[in-house]
Write a protein that binds this ligand. Structure first.
Ligand SMILES: Nc1ncnc2c1ncn2[C@@H]1O[C@H](COP(=O)(O)OP(=O)(O)O)[C@@H](O)[C@H]1O
Ligand SMILES: O=C(O)C[C@@H](O)[C@H](O)C(=O)COP(=O)(O)O
Length: 327
């Protein structure tokens, strides 16, 4: 990709890599998808949500993605630009492929689910030629979403982005972000998730996602991290939903993250907001314990609101919540 002569590449705190898409969130609660007639539109896609979340917290953020060349692509680009995300490496699909759509149903505060429409989506056609290695070299941290590994050519582009980052001392975060749609088999998923996670400096995922990575059920956190710590990761975060989270360091530290209870509207969006708060705090040189608090507070705020992107909190929102609990 030609970034343009004379176009200054600013140092980014974070570049996220993967899908930018559209969420259609039910505006009728305690109903099934079949019964739901109205939805609100938001930008979605886990790495897009993290880009928006961290930009809202004040980090200098860019994204590498591919969107449809239509009104939905315009909507996503426009919203991300307004959120302060650098979109110069978000390209348009020239073959008429569409953006991913995620419909969500909100059945109860404990039970929400998502229904993804992702056949032949533009984001999985992100290609190595769509971005410049220099863009990655200019960042402190690259966050790659596991879903971008699910199909070629996005798979090769993601692996190339990781290797480019590694060769240039750019920190790599792999967010496992497992979405069964588009993966063909458990073995395939495990192979590519493992390949990426072994090269990462930081791995973030839910307990279930680590089981998917290992293609084994009922692994303990300790077993999962022991396997990955034989490779590049220095920090691994295992998320346990309402039970909180655990961070493990290569040196053997285990730090537990609590949950800030709230009036939950829906459960999705927790992971992306958690990642945003956690990454922001690490970038501000806070301790891992503090970073878990920032992640947890951000997630608590987002699960009490309607979207996963527009609902992302400010630093002030997060710090007020933490202080309220500590006070
Ligand atoms: N119902 C909830 N109330 C408050 N915080 C929550 C809730 N669910 C999750 N969280 C916070 O968000 C983090 C990530 O949530 P989790 O559900 O594990 O991730 P994901 O959304 O990726 O599946 C948890 O570790 C916790 O701190
Ligand atoms: O990632 C997607 O494509 C869908 C998201 O935008 C959606 O809001 C969601 O599922 C959030 O995921 P979570 O933060 O892992 O709960």
């Amino acid at each position: 990709m030609d970034l343009g002569k004379g176009l200054e590449i600013m140092k980014k705190n974070l570049i996220t890599f993967g899908r930018a898409a559209v969420d259609l969130n039910a505006t009728e609660y305690n109903q099934t998808m079949e019964e739901t007639m109205t939805f609100s539109k938001y930008v979605g896609g886990s790495p897009a949500n993290v880009a928006i979340g961290t930009a809202k917290l004040g980090l200098n953020v860019g994204m590498i993605a591919k969107v449809s060349d239509d009104q939905h692509g315009n909507f996503v680009l426009d919203y991300m630009e307004k959120s302060g995300v650098d979109t110069r490496c978000i390209t348009r699909d020239t073959e008429g492929r569409k953006i991913g759509l995620t419909f969500t149903e909100i059945k109860s505060p404990q039970e929400s689910s998502i229904l993804m429409y992702r056949d032949n989506v533009a984001d999985l056609y992100l290609d190595v030629t769509d971005f410049d290695d220099e863009y990655i070299q200019s960042a402190e941290t690259l966050l790659v979403s596991g879903t971008s590994l699910s199909q070629s050519p996005s798979r090769e582009a993601a692996l190339h982005a990781i290797e480019t980052a590694k060769q240039n001392n750019v920190e790599v975060i792999v967010e496992l972000d497992y979405r069964p749609y588009t993966w063909k088999s458990d073995v395939e998923t495990s192979i590519y998730m493992t390949t990426a996670a072994r090269r990462a400096d930081v791995v973030i995922g839910t307990r279930d996602e680590f089981d998917v990575l290992e293609n084994r059920e009922n692994q303990s956190d300790e077993e999962s991290v022991k396997n990955l710590f034989q490779y590049d990761p220095k920090l691994i975060v295992v998320k346990h939903g309402v039970k909180g989270s655990k961070a493990f360091t290569k040196e053997g530290e285990v730090i537990e993250g609590d949950v800030y209870k709230t009036k939950v509207l829906k459960t999705f969006g927790a992971g992306d907001s958690f990642a945003s708060g956690f990454i922001y705090a690490l970038k501000k040189n806070k301790s891992i314990q503090e970073a878990l608090k920032y992640g947890s507070a951000a997630a608590s705020i987002v699960v009490s609101r309607h979207s996963s992107s527009d609902a992302m909190p400010t630093v002030e929102d997060i710090e007020i919540l933490i202080q309220k609990h500590e006070g």
